[in-house]
Design a protein around this ligand. Structure first.
Ligand code: ADP
Ligand code: MG
Length: 248
């Protein structure tokens, strides 16, 4: 029984690499519609945590449930994605030689990169949905521009739109603002806040100002476990958190 109200339920998850515990009894619960920031120094286990949630890495011990019934530790990466967990990696991987809209068409069709997707007729309903998703990420005006011609920030938003094509209930976003201008950072904060509610969103970031601007609850990872979990206000005044960051 996972208590019924969590979209993600991780308990006592441990992942070892050659005896080194990248995750060490990690326990984390995410509620539907929540926007959660995950912070922590380099090597804290943030990416490994996302790898466990998406099925890329199997935990040695512990449980990881999506909703109340789906045991993520027993599912393939493809099945997890289909079940409603989307992940946006740090580096944008848009198709530069296709337009913004075509990138969304490509994202709807099976494995990324299948050019066959562009040969399949798109229904009017699908096209409306793609246009409204481009609007959500602020790219409706760029729909017919080649993705390769977009700014770095716009490419990141396009990739978020591509992940949204999977209709994820839970969206994992790894370091979304790296390399962005201050204005793009502000736009990204608004975007992620807008996506929360309809989706549950987990964001890994380093930029404290950005986290302060978006987060309700912040989870601090350290040495593969949760060091602190509360409001940003409390977290940034927590002596243990300060010590971990100053020690970097
Ligand atoms: P973060 O994303 O918080 O910077 P990671 O989850 O990438 O941290 O890494 C956590 C720890 O696990 C680090 O010490 C890293 O070197 C180690 N690690 C991660 N993946 C592997 C791997 N495939 N093999 C060996 N060690 C790994
Ligand atoms: Mg990482």
């Amino acid at each position: 029984d996972t208590g019924g109200k969590h979209i993600l339920y991780m308990e006592d998850v441990t992942v070892s690499f050659d005896g080194f515990k990248a995750l060490n009894d990690l326990t984390l619960y995410i509620e539907p519609g929540e926007l959660r920031c995950i912070i922590g120094p380099n090597g804290a286990g943030k990416s490994t945590m996302m790898d466990v949630i998406t099925g890329k890495t199997r935990p040695d011990t512990g449980v990881c449930y999506f909703g109340q019934t789906l045991d993520l530790t027993a599912m393939s990466e493809t099945d997890i994605a289909t079940a409603g967990i989307g992940r946006k990696f740090q580096k944008p991987t848009v198709f530069p030689e296709h337009t913004a809209l075509e990138n969304l068409e490509l994202a709807t069709a099976g494995p990324k990169g299948t050019w066959h997707a562009l040969l399949k007729p798109v229904t009017g309903e699908q096209r409306d949905w793609m246009a409204s998703t481009l609007d959500t990420v602020g790219l409706l005006g760029e729909r017919d521009r080649l993705a390769g011609a977009l700014s770095h920030g716009q490419k990141q938003w396009l990739e978020i739109a591509m992940v949204l094509m999977q209709k994820p209930e839970l969206l994992l976003v790894d370091e979304p603002i790296a390399g962005m201008t201050r204005q793009e950072v502000e736009r990204t904060a608004e975007l992620l806040q807008g996506l929360a509610g309809e989706h549950s969103v987990m964001v890994v970031e380093h930029d404290m100002e950005f986290i302060r601007s978006i987060a309700n609850t912040v989870t601090v990872l350290h040495q593969g476990s949760v060091l602190a979990e509360s409001s940003m206000q409390q977290v940034q005044n927590d002596p243990r958190v300060i010590e971990v960051y100053l020690g970097e």
